[in-house]
Design a protein around this ligand. Structure first.
Ligand SMILES: O=C(O)C(=O)C[C@H](O)[C@H](O)COP(=O)(O)O
Length: 212
Protein backbone atom coordinates (compact mmCIF):
# COMPACT_ATOMS: atom_id res chain seq x y z
CA UNK A 1 0.00 0.00 0.00
CA UNK A 2 1.24 3.50 -0.82
CA UNK A 3 1.83 5.52 2.32
CA UNK A 4 2.28 9.26 2.54
CA UNK A 5 3.84 11.20 5.41
CA UNK A 6 1.58 13.84 6.96
CA UNK A 7 3.66 16.64 5.32
CA UNK A 8 2.87 15.22 1.86
CA UNK A 9 -0.81 14.95 2.71
CA UNK A 10 -1.15 18.53 3.95
CA UNK A 11 0.82 19.78 0.92
CA UNK A 12 -1.30 17.90 -1.64
CA UNK A 13 -3.67 20.86 -2.22
CA UNK A 14 -4.41 24.20 -0.52
CA UNK A 15 -7.87 22.91 0.42
CA UNK A 16 -8.86 19.39 1.50
CA UNK A 17 -12.39 18.77 0.18
CA UNK A 18 -14.46 17.31 3.03
CA UNK A 19 -17.36 15.24 1.71
CA UNK A 20 -20.43 13.44 2.95
CA UNK A 21 -21.33 10.83 0.34
CA UNK A 22 -24.72 9.14 0.46
CA UNK A 23 -24.37 6.79 -2.53
CA UNK A 24 -21.40 4.58 -3.31
CA UNK A 25 -21.84 5.06 -7.07
CA UNK A 26 -20.91 8.74 -6.62
CA UNK A 27 -17.51 8.09 -5.06
CA UNK A 28 -15.48 7.45 -8.22
CA UNK A 29 -16.95 10.24 -10.41
CA UNK A 30 -16.50 12.67 -7.50
CA UNK A 31 -12.83 11.76 -7.04
CA UNK A 32 -12.29 11.98 -10.81
CA UNK A 33 -13.88 15.45 -10.93
CA UNK A 34 -11.56 16.68 -8.16
CA UNK A 35 -8.54 15.26 -9.98
CA UNK A 36 -9.58 16.87 -13.27
CA UNK A 37 -9.62 20.20 -11.42
CA UNK A 38 -6.14 19.44 -10.03
CA UNK A 39 -7.02 18.50 -6.44
CA UNK A 40 -5.29 15.26 -5.49
CA UNK A 41 -6.85 14.77 -2.08
CA UNK A 42 -10.27 13.97 -0.63
CA UNK A 43 -11.63 13.44 2.88
CA UNK A 44 -14.64 11.15 3.13
CA UNK A 45 -16.39 11.57 6.45
CA UNK A 46 -17.56 8.40 8.18
CA UNK A 47 -21.03 9.88 8.59
CA UNK A 48 -22.96 7.72 6.16
CA UNK A 49 -23.32 3.94 6.01
CA UNK A 50 -21.58 3.85 2.60
CA UNK A 51 -18.51 5.92 3.56
CA UNK A 52 -16.14 2.94 3.93
CA UNK A 53 -17.32 1.43 0.62
CA UNK A 54 -16.69 4.81 -1.03
CA UNK A 55 -13.12 4.85 0.32
CA UNK A 56 -12.51 1.32 -1.03
CA UNK A 57 -14.01 2.19 -4.43
CA UNK A 58 -11.84 5.30 -4.83
CA UNK A 59 -8.76 3.43 -3.67
CA UNK A 60 -9.33 0.84 -6.39
CA UNK A 61 -10.47 3.03 -9.27
CA UNK A 62 -8.72 6.38 -8.70
CA UNK A 63 -5.23 5.48 -7.45
CA UNK A 64 -3.85 9.00 -8.00
CA UNK A 65 -5.86 10.63 -5.24
CA UNK A 66 -4.89 10.66 -1.56
CA UNK A 67 -7.85 9.45 0.52
CA UNK A 68 -8.66 10.49 4.05
CA UNK A 69 -11.32 9.15 6.37
CA UNK A 70 -12.96 11.92 8.42
CA UNK A 71 -15.06 11.97 11.60
CA UNK A 72 -13.05 9.13 13.14
CA UNK A 73 -14.18 8.97 16.77
CA UNK A 74 -12.70 5.73 18.12
CA UNK A 75 -10.15 2.94 17.46
CA UNK A 76 -12.63 0.63 15.75
CA UNK A 77 -13.48 3.31 13.17
CA UNK A 78 -9.75 3.88 12.74
CA UNK A 79 -9.22 0.17 12.00
CA UNK A 80 -12.17 0.12 9.58
CA UNK A 81 -10.81 3.19 7.74
CA UNK A 82 -7.38 1.59 7.40
CA UNK A 83 -8.88 -1.65 6.18
CA UNK A 84 -10.94 0.23 3.58
CA UNK A 85 -7.70 1.76 2.29
CA UNK A 86 -7.65 5.29 3.71
CA UNK A 87 -4.22 6.96 3.59
CA UNK A 88 -4.91 9.30 6.49
CA UNK A 89 -7.45 9.97 9.20
CA UNK A 90 -9.16 13.06 10.58
CA UNK A 91 -11.12 13.60 13.78
CA UNK A 92 -13.09 16.61 15.00
CA UNK A 93 -11.31 16.30 18.37
CA UNK A 94 -9.04 13.89 20.18
CA UNK A 95 -9.16 11.35 22.98
CA UNK A 96 -6.25 9.60 24.69
CA UNK A 97 -7.64 6.25 23.48
CA UNK A 98 -7.72 7.35 19.85
CA UNK A 99 -4.27 8.99 20.06
CA UNK A 100 -2.82 5.74 21.45
CA UNK A 101 -4.42 3.73 18.64
CA UNK A 102 -3.07 6.13 16.01
CA UNK A 103 0.41 5.97 17.54
CA UNK A 104 0.24 2.17 17.53
CA UNK A 105 -0.70 1.82 13.86
CA UNK A 106 1.17 4.83 12.51
CA UNK A 107 -1.64 6.22 10.32
CA UNK A 108 -1.02 9.88 9.39
CA UNK A 109 -3.67 11.74 11.33
CA UNK A 110 -5.12 15.20 11.92
CA UNK A 111 -6.71 15.54 15.36
CA UNK A 112 -8.96 18.49 16.09
CA UNK A 113 -8.17 21.15 18.70
CA UNK A 114 -9.48 24.60 19.61
CA UNK A 115 -7.52 25.54 22.75
CA UNK A 116 -3.80 25.99 23.48
CA UNK A 117 -4.01 23.16 26.02
CA UNK A 118 -5.44 20.78 23.42
CA UNK A 119 -2.75 21.78 20.94
CA UNK A 120 -0.08 21.26 23.63
CA UNK A 121 -1.45 17.80 24.39
CA UNK A 122 -1.16 16.89 20.71
CA UNK A 123 2.37 18.31 20.45
CA UNK A 124 3.38 16.33 23.57
CA UNK A 125 2.03 13.22 21.90
CA UNK A 126 4.04 13.86 18.73
CA UNK A 127 1.27 15.31 16.55
CA UNK A 128 2.62 18.50 15.06
CA UNK A 129 -0.11 18.85 12.41
CA UNK A 130 -3.44 19.81 13.95
CA UNK A 131 -6.93 20.38 12.61
CA UNK A 132 -8.36 23.65 14.00
CA UNK A 133 -12.05 22.80 14.18
CA UNK A 134 -14.57 24.44 14.10
CA UNK A 135 -12.34 27.24 12.80
CA UNK A 136 -14.75 30.10 12.18
CA UNK A 137 -16.73 29.45 15.37
CA UNK A 138 -13.51 29.36 17.43
CA UNK A 139 -12.03 32.75 16.61
CA UNK A 140 -10.81 31.89 13.11
CA UNK A 141 -7.84 33.78 11.75
CA UNK A 142 -7.40 35.90 14.91
CA UNK A 143 -6.98 32.81 17.06
CA UNK A 144 -4.49 31.16 14.71
CA UNK A 145 -2.54 34.40 14.28
CA UNK A 146 -2.19 34.74 18.05
CA UNK A 147 -0.91 31.14 18.33
CA UNK A 148 1.89 31.68 15.81
CA UNK A 149 4.53 32.67 18.31
CA UNK A 150 3.61 30.78 21.53
CA UNK A 151 2.63 27.54 19.72
CA UNK A 152 5.32 27.90 17.07
CA UNK A 153 5.80 24.14 16.58
CA UNK A 154 2.20 23.50 15.59
CA UNK A 155 0.96 23.54 11.97
CA UNK A 156 -2.74 23.89 11.33
CA UNK A 157 -5.44 22.77 8.93
CA UNK A 158 -8.37 25.05 9.88
CA UNK A 159 -11.76 23.61 8.98
CA UNK A 160 -15.35 24.62 9.63
CA UNK A 161 -17.21 27.52 8.07
CA UNK A 162 -14.45 28.32 5.54
CA UNK A 163 -15.27 29.35 1.96
CA UNK A 164 -12.98 30.13 -0.97
CA UNK A 165 -12.48 33.78 0.06
CA UNK A 166 -11.68 33.00 3.69
CA UNK A 167 -9.49 30.06 2.61
CA UNK A 168 -7.07 32.48 0.99
CA UNK A 169 -6.81 34.58 4.16
CA UNK A 170 -6.12 31.51 6.30
CA UNK A 171 -3.52 30.22 3.83
CA UNK A 172 -1.58 33.47 4.18
CA UNK A 173 -0.86 32.69 7.84
CA UNK A 174 2.57 31.17 8.45
CA UNK A 175 1.20 28.38 10.67
CA UNK A 176 -1.50 27.22 8.23
CA UNK A 177 -0.51 24.41 5.86
CA UNK A 178 -3.90 23.77 4.25
CA UNK A 179 -7.57 24.32 5.03
CA UNK A 180 -10.51 21.92 4.96
CA UNK A 181 -13.93 22.61 3.56
CA UNK A 182 -17.13 21.07 2.32
CA UNK A 183 -17.78 23.89 -0.17
CA UNK A 184 -15.59 22.22 -2.83
CA UNK A 185 -18.03 19.33 -3.16
CA UNK A 186 -21.22 20.70 -1.60
CA UNK A 187 -24.35 18.71 -0.86
CA UNK A 188 -26.40 20.36 -3.63
CA UNK A 189 -23.79 19.42 -6.26
CA UNK A 190 -23.66 15.84 -5.02
CA UNK A 191 -27.44 15.58 -5.00
CA UNK A 192 -27.45 16.50 -8.71
CA UNK A 193 -24.34 14.53 -9.75
CA UNK A 194 -22.99 17.92 -10.83
CA UNK A 195 -19.40 16.87 -11.53
CA UNK A 196 -18.55 19.93 -13.70
CA UNK A 197 -19.22 22.33 -10.81
CA UNK A 198 -17.05 20.24 -8.49
CA UNK A 199 -14.28 20.24 -11.09
CA UNK A 200 -14.65 24.03 -11.31
CA UNK A 201 -14.40 24.41 -7.54
CA UNK A 202 -11.31 22.18 -7.53
CA UNK A 203 -9.69 24.41 -10.16
CA UNK A 204 -10.49 27.46 -7.97
CA UNK A 205 -8.77 25.72 -5.08
CA UNK A 206 -5.64 25.12 -7.11
CA UNK A 207 -5.66 28.77 -8.26
CA UNK A 208 -5.39 29.77 -4.58
CA UNK A 209 -1.93 28.18 -4.48
CA UNK A 210 -0.66 30.65 -7.07
CA UNK A 211 -1.30 33.69 -4.84
CA UNK A 212 0.13 32.38 -1.60
O1 LIG B 1 -15.98 15.36 11.00
C1 LIG B 1 -14.86 15.65 10.64
O2 LIG B 1 -13.83 14.97 10.84
C2 LIG B 1 -14.72 16.83 9.90
O3 LIG B 1 -13.78 16.89 9.15
C3 LIG B 1 -15.70 17.93 10.05
C4 LIG B 1 -15.61 18.78 8.82
O4 LIG B 1 -14.32 19.25 8.74
C5 LIG B 1 -16.59 19.86 8.75
O5 LIG B 1 -17.88 19.33 8.81
C6 LIG B 1 -16.48 20.67 7.51
O6 LIG B 1 -16.99 21.91 7.81
P1 LIG B 1 -17.67 22.88 6.72
O7 LIG B 1 -16.66 23.14 5.65
O8 LIG B 1 -18.04 24.06 7.52
O9 LIG B 1 -18.87 22.13 6.22
Amino acid sequence: MTTYPIETITAAAPVVPVVIIKETRQAVPLAQALLRGGVKIIEITLRTPVALDCISAIKKEVPDIIIGAGTIMNPSQLEAALEAGAHFGVSPGSTATLRDAVKANGMPFLFGAITPSEVMTLLDDGFQYVKFFPAEASGGIKTLASWQSPLANAKFCPTGGIDVIKAKEYLNLGNVVCVGGSWVAPMHALENDDWPIIEQHAAQVMALAEDI
